[in-house]
Design a binder for this molecule. Sequence first.
Ligand code: AHR
Length: 552
Amino acid sequence: MTGRREFLRNTSLGAGALLASKYLSFAGQDTGAESRIEVLLDEPLGVISPNIYGHFAENLGGVIYDGIWVGKNSPVPQVDGIRRDLIEQMRKIKAPVVRFPGGCFADSYDWRDGVGPPEKRPRRTNFWEGVESKDGNATHKYDPNQFGTNEFVHFCKLIGSQPYLAANLRSLPALEFDRWVEYCNSPAGSTTLADLRASGGYPEAFGVRYWGVGNESWGCGGNFTAQEYAAEFRRFAAWVPRYGMELSLVASGPNDDNWDWTRGFLEEILRKGPGQLRSIYGLALHYYAWNLSRGRTRDWNEGKGDAIKFDAVDWYELLRQGQVIESLIEGHWQVMGEFDREHRIKLVVDEWGPWYRPGSDATPGNILEQIPTLRDAVFSGLTLDIFNHHPEKIAMANCAQLINCLNSLYLAHEDNFCVTPVGHVFEMYSAHQGGQSLRTVFSSPQIRYDRDGNQATFPGLNGSASLHDKELMLTVVNPHISEAKNAEIAIRGATVHAASAIVLTHSDIHAHNTFAQREVVVPKTQMVAVQRAAATLTFPAASVTKITLTLA
Ligand code: AHR
Protein backbone atom coordinates (compact mmCIF):
# COMPACT_ATOMS: atom_id res chain seq x y z
CA MET A 1 0.00 0.00 0.00
CA THR A 2 2.82 2.38 0.79
CA GLY A 3 5.39 3.68 -1.67
CA ARG A 4 8.56 3.40 0.37
CA ARG A 5 10.26 6.29 -1.39
CA GLU A 6 7.25 8.53 -1.35
CA PHE A 7 7.34 10.93 1.55
CA LEU A 8 4.77 13.24 2.93
CA ARG A 9 6.37 16.16 4.68
CA ASN A 10 4.16 17.17 7.52
CA THR A 11 5.28 20.46 8.98
CA SER A 12 2.72 20.63 11.71
CA LEU A 13 3.83 20.49 15.27
CA GLY A 14 3.95 17.69 17.63
CA ALA A 15 5.77 14.49 17.34
CA GLY A 16 6.11 11.50 19.38
CA ALA A 17 7.13 8.02 19.70
CA LEU A 18 6.96 5.40 22.22
CA LEU A 19 7.27 1.82 22.19
CA ALA A 20 8.19 -1.42 23.66
CA SER A 21 11.94 -2.12 23.77
CA LYS A 22 11.38 -4.76 21.14
CA TYR A 23 10.69 -1.90 18.76
CA LEU A 24 12.82 0.95 20.09
CA SER A 25 16.51 1.62 20.21
CA PHE A 26 18.47 4.81 20.57
CA ALA A 27 21.45 3.78 18.47
CA GLY A 28 21.32 6.89 16.27
CA GLN A 29 22.87 4.93 13.43
CA ASP A 30 21.73 4.75 9.83
CA THR A 31 19.14 2.06 10.25
CA GLY A 32 17.43 2.70 6.94
CA ALA A 33 14.36 4.13 8.68
CA GLU A 34 11.78 5.15 6.10
CA SER A 35 10.35 7.97 8.22
CA ARG A 36 11.88 10.84 10.12
CA ILE A 37 10.59 12.93 12.99
CA GLU A 38 12.39 16.11 13.95
CA VAL A 39 11.52 17.98 17.10
CA LEU A 40 12.63 21.61 16.93
CA LEU A 41 13.31 22.82 20.43
CA ASP A 42 13.97 26.38 19.27
CA GLU A 43 10.58 26.68 17.56
CA PRO A 44 8.03 26.95 20.38
CA LEU A 45 4.42 27.38 19.29
CA GLY A 46 2.79 28.34 22.57
CA VAL A 47 1.65 26.76 25.80
CA ILE A 48 -0.90 23.97 25.43
CA SER A 49 -3.92 24.92 27.52
CA PRO A 50 -4.67 22.01 29.89
CA ASN A 51 -8.33 22.66 29.07
CA ILE A 52 -7.76 21.25 25.59
CA TYR A 53 -8.03 17.91 27.39
CA GLY A 54 -11.53 18.68 28.64
CA HIS A 55 -14.75 16.66 28.72
CA PHE A 56 -18.43 16.94 28.02
CA ALA A 57 -21.25 15.29 30.00
CA GLU A 58 -24.76 15.90 28.75
CA ASN A 59 -27.98 14.76 30.42
CA LEU A 60 -28.60 12.29 27.63
CA GLY A 61 -29.01 8.50 27.54
CA GLY A 62 -26.82 6.87 30.20
CA VAL A 63 -24.27 9.67 30.56
CA ILE A 64 -25.47 11.24 33.80
CA TYR A 65 -27.82 8.65 35.29
CA ASP A 66 -25.98 5.32 35.47
CA GLY A 67 -22.76 6.79 34.05
CA ILE A 68 -21.84 9.48 36.57
CA TRP A 69 -24.66 9.45 39.11
CA VAL A 70 -25.67 6.20 40.77
CA GLY A 71 -27.28 7.78 43.84
CA LYS A 72 -26.31 7.98 47.47
CA ASN A 73 -28.07 4.74 48.42
CA SER A 74 -26.67 2.71 45.54
CA PRO A 75 -24.76 -0.53 46.20
CA VAL A 76 -22.46 0.55 43.35
CA PRO A 77 -19.23 1.88 44.88
CA GLN A 78 -19.80 5.64 45.02
CA VAL A 79 -18.79 8.86 46.72
CA ASP A 80 -21.80 11.00 47.62
CA GLY A 81 -23.78 9.30 44.86
CA ILE A 82 -21.05 9.64 42.20
CA ARG A 83 -19.54 6.50 40.71
CA ARG A 84 -16.25 5.84 42.47
CA ASP A 85 -14.48 4.10 39.55
CA LEU A 86 -15.14 7.16 37.42
CA ILE A 87 -13.73 9.52 40.03
CA GLU A 88 -10.58 7.45 40.33
CA GLN A 89 -10.04 7.23 36.59
CA MET A 90 -10.64 10.93 36.01
CA ARG A 91 -8.11 11.86 38.64
CA LYS A 92 -5.57 9.78 36.76
CA ILE A 93 -6.09 11.65 33.50
CA LYS A 94 -5.92 15.05 35.23
CA ALA A 95 -9.29 16.03 33.77
CA PRO A 96 -9.14 19.84 33.66
CA VAL A 97 -12.71 20.86 32.86
CA VAL A 98 -16.14 19.27 32.33
CA ARG A 99 -19.01 20.80 30.36
CA PHE A 100 -22.59 20.20 31.57
CA PRO A 101 -25.62 19.86 31.16
CA GLY A 102 -25.62 19.91 27.32
CA GLY A 103 -25.54 19.99 24.29
CA CYS A 104 -29.03 20.37 23.03
CA PHE A 105 -30.29 19.45 26.49
CA ALA A 106 -28.95 22.74 27.87
CA ASP A 107 -31.45 24.87 25.96
CA SER A 108 -34.40 23.03 27.49
CA TYR A 109 -32.97 22.89 31.02
CA ASP A 110 -34.17 25.00 33.88
CA TRP A 111 -31.33 25.12 36.40
CA ARG A 112 -33.87 25.80 39.18
CA ASP A 113 -35.20 22.23 38.78
CA GLY A 114 -31.82 20.86 39.86
CA VAL A 115 -31.32 22.75 43.13
CA GLY A 116 -32.91 22.55 46.57
CA PRO A 117 -33.81 19.39 48.48
CA PRO A 118 -33.47 16.43 46.09
CA GLU A 119 -36.76 14.88 47.20
CA LYS A 120 -38.60 18.05 46.21
CA ARG A 121 -37.08 18.41 42.77
CA PRO A 122 -39.50 18.01 39.85
CA ARG A 123 -39.41 15.26 37.25
CA ARG A 124 -39.26 16.62 33.72
CA THR A 125 -39.29 15.30 30.20
CA ASN A 126 -35.75 15.00 28.87
CA PHE A 127 -34.96 16.89 25.66
CA TRP A 128 -33.87 13.60 24.09
CA GLU A 129 -37.01 11.59 24.95
CA GLY A 130 -38.18 11.44 21.34
CA VAL A 131 -34.98 9.69 20.30
CA GLU A 132 -35.17 6.99 22.98
CA SER A 133 -35.80 3.62 21.41
CA LYS A 134 -39.03 1.84 22.26
CA ASP A 135 -37.53 -1.62 22.59
CA GLY A 136 -34.24 -0.97 24.42
CA ASN A 137 -33.77 -1.92 28.07
CA ALA A 138 -32.75 1.54 29.08
CA THR A 139 -34.90 4.61 29.28
CA HIS A 140 -33.89 8.08 30.23
CA LYS A 141 -37.02 9.76 28.93
CA TYR A 142 -37.71 11.52 32.19
CA ASP A 143 -35.28 13.58 34.16
CA PRO A 144 -35.42 13.06 37.95
CA ASN A 145 -33.19 16.12 38.53
CA GLN A 146 -31.19 14.36 41.24
CA PHE A 147 -27.98 15.43 39.55
CA GLY A 148 -28.14 19.20 39.46
CA THR A 149 -25.75 22.09 39.96
CA ASN A 150 -24.54 21.07 43.45
CA GLU A 151 -23.92 17.48 42.42
CA PHE A 152 -22.15 18.50 39.23
CA VAL A 153 -19.86 21.01 40.92
CA HIS A 154 -19.16 18.46 43.66
CA PHE A 155 -18.26 15.90 41.00
CA CYS A 156 -15.87 18.43 39.46
CA LYS A 157 -14.26 19.06 42.84
CA LEU A 158 -13.83 15.34 43.48
CA ILE A 159 -12.00 14.85 40.18
CA GLY A 160 -10.03 18.11 40.32
CA SER A 161 -11.81 19.71 37.34
CA GLN A 162 -13.31 23.11 36.69
CA PRO A 163 -17.03 23.23 35.89
CA TYR A 164 -18.17 24.66 32.55
CA LEU A 165 -21.92 25.31 32.63
CA ALA A 166 -23.96 25.72 29.47
CA ALA A 167 -26.81 28.20 29.97
CA ASN A 168 -30.22 28.02 28.36
CA LEU A 169 -30.66 30.80 25.81
CA ARG A 170 -33.51 29.31 23.81
CA SER A 171 -36.16 28.86 26.46
CA LEU A 172 -35.19 30.86 29.55
CA PRO A 173 -34.83 34.63 29.82
CA ALA A 174 -31.49 36.36 30.41
CA LEU A 175 -32.49 37.01 34.01
CA GLU A 176 -32.32 33.29 34.71
CA PHE A 177 -28.77 33.24 33.42
CA ASP A 178 -27.90 35.99 35.90
CA ARG A 179 -29.62 34.05 38.63
CA TRP A 180 -27.76 30.83 37.88
CA VAL A 181 -24.51 32.77 38.09
CA GLU A 182 -25.76 34.27 41.34
CA TYR A 183 -26.63 30.83 42.72
CA CYS A 184 -23.14 29.56 41.91
CA ASN A 185 -20.96 32.56 42.63
CA SER A 186 -22.57 34.93 45.14
CA PRO A 187 -20.63 34.94 48.43
CA ALA A 188 -21.78 32.90 51.40
CA GLY A 189 -24.72 34.54 53.16
CA SER A 190 -25.02 37.35 50.62
CA THR A 191 -28.20 36.48 48.72
CA THR A 192 -31.25 34.26 48.98
CA LEU A 193 -29.73 32.04 46.31
CA ALA A 194 -26.45 31.81 48.25
CA ASP A 195 -28.56 30.67 51.21
CA LEU A 196 -30.28 28.09 49.02
CA ARG A 197 -26.86 26.82 47.96
CA ALA A 198 -25.81 26.69 51.61
CA SER A 199 -28.93 24.75 52.57
CA GLY A 200 -27.75 22.01 50.21
CA GLY A 201 -24.41 21.85 52.02
CA TYR A 202 -22.40 24.36 49.97
CA PRO A 203 -22.10 27.68 51.81
CA GLU A 204 -18.98 28.79 49.91
CA ALA A 205 -19.35 30.18 46.41
CA PHE A 206 -18.62 27.67 43.66
CA GLY A 207 -16.68 30.24 41.64
CA VAL A 208 -17.78 28.92 38.25
CA ARG A 209 -15.74 30.73 35.61
CA TYR A 210 -16.76 29.10 32.31
CA TRP A 211 -20.27 29.69 30.97
CA GLY A 212 -21.68 28.74 27.60
CA VAL A 213 -24.32 31.15 26.35
CA GLY A 214 -26.58 28.78 24.43
CA ASN A 215 -25.63 25.72 22.42
CA GLU A 216 -25.82 25.20 18.67
CA SER A 217 -28.04 28.25 18.49
CA TRP A 218 -28.31 27.80 14.73
CA GLY A 219 -30.19 24.51 15.41
CA CYS A 220 -31.53 22.87 18.57
CA GLY A 221 -30.54 25.96 20.54
CA GLY A 222 -33.21 28.14 18.94
CA ASN A 223 -32.92 28.05 15.14
CA PHE A 224 -31.49 31.55 15.18
CA THR A 225 -29.73 33.26 12.34
CA ALA A 226 -26.20 34.34 13.22
CA GLN A 227 -27.43 37.93 13.46
CA GLU A 228 -30.35 37.06 15.72
CA TYR A 229 -28.11 35.01 17.97
CA ALA A 230 -25.54 37.80 18.19
CA ALA A 231 -28.23 40.17 19.44
CA GLU A 232 -29.31 37.56 22.01
CA PHE A 233 -25.73 36.98 23.07
CA ARG A 234 -25.18 40.70 23.61
CA ARG A 235 -28.26 40.81 25.79
CA PHE A 236 -27.29 37.76 27.84
CA ALA A 237 -23.70 38.95 28.25
CA ALA A 238 -24.51 42.60 28.91
CA TRP A 239 -24.45 42.78 32.68
CA VAL A 240 -23.90 39.37 34.17
CA PRO A 241 -23.04 39.62 37.89
CA ARG A 242 -19.32 39.01 38.43
CA TYR A 243 -18.79 38.84 42.21
CA GLY A 244 -15.23 40.03 41.70
CA MET A 245 -14.21 37.18 39.46
CA GLU A 246 -13.54 36.89 35.77
CA LEU A 247 -16.26 35.12 33.81
CA SER A 248 -15.32 33.45 30.55
CA LEU A 249 -18.38 33.45 28.28
CA VAL A 250 -18.42 31.08 25.35
CA ALA A 251 -20.58 32.01 22.38
CA SER A 252 -22.35 29.35 20.38
CA GLY A 253 -20.30 28.86 17.25
CA PRO A 254 -20.47 26.94 14.02
CA ASN A 255 -20.29 23.30 13.31
CA ASP A 256 -18.41 22.13 10.33
CA ASP A 257 -17.44 24.71 7.71
CA ASN A 258 -20.23 27.18 8.33
CA TRP A 259 -18.04 30.27 7.85
CA ASP A 260 -21.16 32.40 7.45
CA TRP A 261 -22.12 31.74 11.04
CA THR A 262 -18.77 32.94 12.39
CA ARG A 263 -18.75 35.95 10.07
CA GLY A 264 -22.40 36.88 10.61
CA PHE A 265 -22.13 36.55 14.38
CA LEU A 266 -19.04 38.72 14.76
CA GLU A 267 -20.26 41.29 12.26
CA GLU A 268 -23.47 41.71 14.23
CA ILE A 269 -21.71 41.74 17.60
CA LEU A 270 -19.53 44.61 16.33
CA ARG A 271 -22.53 46.63 15.25
CA LYS A 272 -22.54 47.90 18.83
CA GLY A 273 -18.86 48.83 18.70
CA PRO A 274 -15.48 47.13 19.14
CA GLY A 275 -15.83 47.00 22.95
CA GLN A 276 -18.38 44.21 22.54
CA LEU A 277 -15.63 41.78 21.63
CA ARG A 278 -14.43 41.92 25.22
CA SER A 279 -17.55 40.11 26.38
CA ILE A 280 -16.58 36.98 24.45
CA TYR A 281 -13.94 34.62 25.80
CA GLY A 282 -14.42 31.88 23.26
CA LEU A 283 -16.32 30.89 20.17
CA ALA A 284 -17.50 27.29 20.30
CA LEU A 285 -16.75 24.97 17.41
CA HIS A 286 -18.44 21.57 17.12
CA TYR A 287 -17.19 18.89 14.82
CA TYR A 288 -18.29 15.27 14.53
CA ALA A 289 -16.76 12.79 12.06
CA TRP A 290 -19.76 10.84 10.86
CA ASN A 291 -19.88 10.48 7.09
CA LEU A 292 -18.37 7.13 6.11
CA SER A 293 -20.32 6.90 2.85
CA ARG A 294 -17.20 7.53 0.76
CA GLY A 295 -18.80 10.49 -0.95
CA ARG A 296 -22.10 8.78 -1.79
CA THR A 297 -24.35 10.87 0.41
CA ARG A 298 -24.46 13.78 2.81
CA ASP A 299 -27.52 12.44 4.57
CA TRP A 300 -27.01 12.43 8.34
CA ASN A 301 -28.60 9.01 8.83
CA GLU A 302 -27.57 7.32 5.60
CA GLY A 303 -23.95 8.44 5.77
CA LYS A 304 -23.04 6.97 9.14
CA GLY A 305 -21.09 3.75 9.63
CA ASP A 306 -20.99 1.14 12.37
CA ALA A 307 -18.88 1.61 15.50
CA ILE A 308 -17.56 -1.94 15.64
CA LYS A 309 -18.14 -3.57 12.27
CA PHE A 310 -15.98 -1.81 9.72
CA ASP A 311 -13.49 -2.59 6.99
CA ALA A 312 -10.09 -1.12 6.19
CA VAL A 313 -11.58 1.64 4.05
CA ASP A 314 -13.97 2.65 6.84
CA TRP A 315 -10.96 2.89 9.13
CA TYR A 316 -9.18 5.37 6.88
CA GLU A 317 -12.35 7.22 5.97
CA LEU A 318 -13.07 7.94 9.62
CA LEU A 319 -9.52 9.14 10.18
CA ARG A 320 -9.75 11.33 7.07
CA GLN A 321 -12.95 12.86 8.37
CA GLY A 322 -11.17 13.52 11.63
CA GLN A 323 -8.37 15.42 9.89
CA VAL A 324 -10.92 17.94 8.61
CA ILE A 325 -11.02 19.54 12.03
CA GLU A 326 -7.64 21.16 11.41
CA SER A 327 -8.94 23.05 8.38
CA LEU A 328 -11.98 24.13 10.41
CA ILE A 329 -9.78 25.45 13.21
CA GLU A 330 -7.64 27.35 10.72
CA GLY A 331 -10.59 28.55 8.63
CA HIS A 332 -12.71 29.84 11.49
CA TRP A 333 -9.63 31.38 13.09
CA GLN A 334 -8.97 33.30 9.90
CA VAL A 335 -12.54 34.56 9.74
CA MET A 336 -12.38 35.55 13.41
CA GLY A 337 -9.24 37.53 12.66
CA GLU A 338 -11.14 39.67 10.14
CA PHE A 339 -13.14 41.10 13.04
CA ASP A 340 -10.86 40.55 16.00
CA ARG A 341 -7.43 41.46 14.72
CA GLU A 342 -5.68 40.84 18.03
CA HIS A 343 -7.37 37.49 18.36
CA ARG A 344 -8.66 38.09 21.86
CA ILE A 345 -11.38 35.53 21.23
CA LYS A 346 -10.21 31.92 21.22
CA LEU A 347 -11.75 28.78 19.84
CA VAL A 348 -13.48 26.41 22.27
CA VAL A 349 -13.98 23.07 20.51
CA ASP A 350 -16.55 21.98 23.03
CA GLU A 351 -17.86 18.95 21.12
CA TRP A 352 -15.72 16.62 19.03
CA GLY A 353 -15.50 12.93 18.19
CA PRO A 354 -16.79 10.25 15.83
CA TRP A 355 -20.54 9.63 15.59
CA TYR A 356 -21.76 6.23 14.34
CA ARG A 357 -25.20 4.88 13.63
CA PRO A 358 -27.13 3.32 16.53
CA GLY A 359 -26.70 -0.35 17.31
CA SER A 360 -23.51 -0.89 19.27
CA ASP A 361 -24.81 0.29 22.64
CA ALA A 362 -22.99 -1.31 25.55
CA THR A 363 -26.33 -1.09 27.36
CA PRO A 364 -29.09 -1.74 24.82
CA GLY A 365 -31.39 1.25 24.55
CA ASN A 366 -28.91 3.85 25.80
CA ILE A 367 -29.08 6.33 22.95
CA LEU A 368 -25.84 7.49 21.33
CA GLU A 369 -23.90 4.95 23.36
CA GLN A 370 -21.14 3.71 21.09
CA ILE A 371 -18.47 1.19 21.99
CA PRO A 372 -15.13 2.80 21.16
CA THR A 373 -12.55 0.61 19.44
CA LEU A 374 -8.87 0.94 18.63
CA ARG A 375 -10.00 3.03 15.61
CA ASP A 376 -11.44 5.64 17.97
CA ALA A 377 -8.25 5.64 20.03
CA VAL A 378 -6.22 6.37 16.90
CA PHE A 379 -8.77 9.02 15.87
CA SER A 380 -8.54 10.63 19.31
CA GLY A 381 -4.75 10.63 19.30
CA LEU A 382 -4.74 12.31 15.89
CA THR A 383 -7.28 14.90 17.04
CA LEU A 384 -5.45 15.73 20.26
CA ASP A 385 -2.23 16.10 18.27
CA ILE A 386 -4.01 18.58 16.00
CA PHE A 387 -5.14 20.57 19.05
CA ASN A 388 -1.55 20.58 20.31
CA HIS A 389 -0.55 22.08 16.97
CA HIS A 390 -2.65 25.19 17.61
CA PRO A 391 -2.06 26.34 21.19
CA GLU A 392 -2.51 29.99 20.29
CA LYS A 393 -5.97 29.35 18.81
CA ILE A 394 -7.62 26.79 21.08
CA ALA A 395 -8.41 27.67 24.68
CA MET A 396 -10.47 24.57 25.43
CA ALA A 397 -11.79 21.39 23.85
CA ASN A 398 -14.30 18.89 25.22
CA CYS A 399 -14.49 15.35 23.95
CA ALA A 400 -18.07 14.27 23.23
CA GLN A 401 -18.86 12.59 25.50
CA LEU A 402 -17.32 11.41 28.75
CA ILE A 403 -19.14 8.18 29.49
CA ASN A 404 -21.78 5.94 27.87
CA CYS A 405 -22.08 8.08 24.77
CA LEU A 406 -20.20 9.03 21.60
CA ASN A 407 -16.38 8.96 21.82
CA SER A 408 -16.46 7.89 25.48
CA LEU A 409 -13.51 7.39 27.77
CA TYR A 410 -15.55 5.07 29.97
CA LEU A 411 -18.49 2.68 29.79
CA ALA A 412 -20.59 1.87 32.84
CA HIS A 413 -23.82 0.15 33.72
CA GLU A 414 -24.91 -0.63 37.27
CA ASP A 415 -21.79 -2.12 38.91
CA ASN A 416 -19.96 -2.65 35.61
CA PHE A 417 -17.28 -0.25 34.50
CA CYS A 418 -14.47 -0.22 31.96
CA VAL A 419 -11.96 2.19 30.47
CA THR A 420 -12.20 2.37 26.68
CA PRO A 421 -9.20 2.69 24.35
CA VAL A 422 -10.10 6.41 24.11
CA GLY A 423 -9.76 6.70 27.90
CA HIS A 424 -6.28 5.23 27.66
CA VAL A 425 -5.29 7.78 25.03
CA PHE A 426 -6.43 10.60 27.32
CA GLU A 427 -4.29 9.21 30.11
CA MET A 428 -1.25 8.99 27.83
CA TYR A 429 -1.76 12.47 26.39
CA SER A 430 -2.40 14.14 29.74
CA ALA A 431 1.36 14.65 29.90
CA HIS A 432 1.01 17.35 27.20
CA GLN A 433 -1.13 19.56 29.43
CA GLY A 434 0.50 22.91 30.08
CA GLY A 435 3.59 22.02 28.04
CA GLN A 436 5.26 24.27 25.50
CA SER A 437 4.17 22.99 22.13
CA LEU A 438 7.10 22.51 19.75
CA ARG A 439 7.12 22.50 16.01
CA THR A 440 7.85 18.98 14.85
CA VAL A 441 8.40 17.85 11.31
CA PHE A 442 7.16 14.44 10.18
CA SER A 443 8.55 13.02 6.96
CA SER A 444 6.76 9.77 6.34
CA PRO A 445 5.48 7.80 3.37
CA GLN A 446 1.82 8.30 2.62
CA ILE A 447 -0.62 5.48 3.13
CA ARG A 448 -2.47 4.57 -0.06
CA TYR A 449 -5.75 2.73 -0.16
CA ASP A 450 -8.44 1.89 -2.62
CA ARG A 451 -11.58 3.97 -2.13
CA ASP A 452 -14.15 2.26 -4.29
CA GLY A 453 -11.90 2.15 -7.33
CA ASN A 454 -10.13 5.44 -6.70
CA GLN A 455 -6.82 5.78 -4.99
CA ALA A 456 -6.92 7.70 -1.73
CA THR A 457 -4.12 8.67 0.61
CA PHE A 458 -3.62 9.36 4.26
CA PRO A 459 -0.55 10.80 6.00
CA GLY A 460 1.88 8.23 7.45
CA LEU A 461 3.09 9.03 10.94
CA ASN A 462 1.49 11.97 12.75
CA GLY A 463 1.96 13.40 16.20
CA SER A 464 2.90 16.26 18.48
CA ALA A 465 5.55 17.29 20.99
CA SER A 466 5.63 19.42 24.10
CA LEU A 467 8.28 20.46 26.57
CA HIS A 468 8.02 20.76 30.36
CA ASP A 469 11.37 21.95 31.71
CA LYS A 470 13.72 19.11 30.83
CA GLU A 471 11.00 16.66 29.93
CA LEU A 472 9.92 16.25 26.35
CA MET A 473 6.64 14.48 25.51
CA LEU A 474 6.31 12.95 22.08
CA THR A 475 3.13 11.36 20.88
CA VAL A 476 3.04 9.53 17.57
CA VAL A 477 0.18 7.84 15.77
CA ASN A 478 0.73 5.20 13.14
CA PRO A 479 -2.62 5.00 11.33
CA HIS A 480 -1.58 2.20 8.98
CA ILE A 481 -3.75 -0.83 9.64
CA SER A 482 -1.12 -3.44 8.86
CA GLU A 483 2.36 -1.94 8.49
CA ALA A 484 4.65 -1.02 11.34
CA LYS A 485 6.67 2.14 10.62
CA ASN A 486 10.32 2.56 11.27
CA ALA A 487 11.28 6.13 12.12
CA GLU A 488 14.31 8.07 13.16
CA ILE A 489 13.63 10.71 15.78
CA ALA A 490 15.95 13.67 16.02
CA ILE A 491 15.75 16.16 18.86
CA ARG A 492 17.20 19.39 17.47
CA GLY A 493 18.83 21.49 20.16
CA ALA A 494 19.36 19.01 22.99
CA THR A 495 20.69 15.62 23.87
CA VAL A 496 18.61 12.93 25.47
CA HIS A 497 19.49 11.65 28.91
CA ALA A 498 16.77 9.03 29.38
CA ALA A 499 13.56 7.86 27.79
CA SER A 500 10.57 5.70 28.54
CA ALA A 501 7.86 4.51 26.23
CA ILE A 502 4.21 3.47 26.17
CA VAL A 503 2.26 1.96 23.29
CA LEU A 504 -1.44 1.37 22.75
CA THR A 505 -2.19 -1.07 19.97
CA HIS A 506 -3.73 -4.43 19.10
CA SER A 507 -3.42 -6.92 16.27
CA ASP A 508 -7.16 -6.55 15.57
CA ILE A 509 -8.20 -3.06 14.47
CA HIS A 510 -11.71 -3.70 15.85
CA ALA A 511 -10.41 -4.47 19.33
CA HIS A 512 -12.29 -2.86 22.20
CA ASN A 513 -12.83 -3.28 25.91
CA THR A 514 -16.07 -4.56 27.40
CA PHE A 515 -17.40 -5.19 30.90
CA ALA A 516 -16.50 -8.87 30.47
CA GLN A 517 -13.08 -8.21 28.93
CA ARG A 518 -11.82 -4.94 30.28
CA GLU A 519 -8.17 -5.20 29.27
CA VAL A 520 -8.18 -6.12 25.61
CA VAL A 521 -6.71 -2.76 24.58
CA VAL A 522 -4.39 -1.38 27.22
CA PRO A 523 -1.17 0.63 27.05
CA LYS A 524 2.11 -1.18 27.61
CA THR A 525 4.97 0.63 29.28
CA GLN A 526 8.63 -0.03 28.64
CA MET A 527 11.89 1.57 29.66
CA VAL A 528 14.02 2.70 26.75
CA ALA A 529 17.79 2.55 26.65
CA VAL A 530 19.33 5.80 25.41
CA GLN A 531 22.71 6.01 23.76
CA ARG A 532 22.58 9.18 21.74
CA ALA A 533 20.38 12.14 20.95
CA ALA A 534 18.66 10.37 18.09
CA ALA A 535 16.37 7.38 18.33
CA THR A 536 15.33 4.89 15.75
CA LEU A 537 12.19 3.04 16.51
CA THR A 538 9.34 1.09 15.05
CA PHE A 539 5.76 2.12 15.56
CA PRO A 540 3.42 -0.87 15.39
CA ALA A 541 0.55 -0.80 12.92
CA ALA A 542 -2.59 0.93 14.20
CA SER A 543 -0.94 2.37 17.26
CA VAL A 544 -0.76 5.40 19.49
CA THR A 545 2.54 5.85 21.27
CA LYS A 546 4.18 8.21 23.67
CA ILE A 547 7.82 8.68 24.55
CA THR A 548 8.89 10.67 27.55
CA LEU A 549 12.40 11.97 26.97
CA THR A 550 14.49 13.53 29.70
CA LEU A 551 16.82 16.07 28.17
CA ALA A 552 20.35 16.51 29.45
O1 AHR B 1 -23.35 15.35 21.64
C1 AHR B 1 -24.65 15.12 21.19
C2 AHR B 1 -25.28 16.36 20.58
O2 AHR B 1 -24.56 16.76 19.47
C3 AHR B 1 -25.31 17.59 21.43
O3 AHR B 1 -26.38 17.61 22.31
C4 AHR B 1 -25.43 18.70 20.43
O4 AHR B 1 -24.87 19.90 20.87
C5 AHR B 1 -24.76 18.14 19.21
O5 AHR B 1 -25.51 18.30 18.08
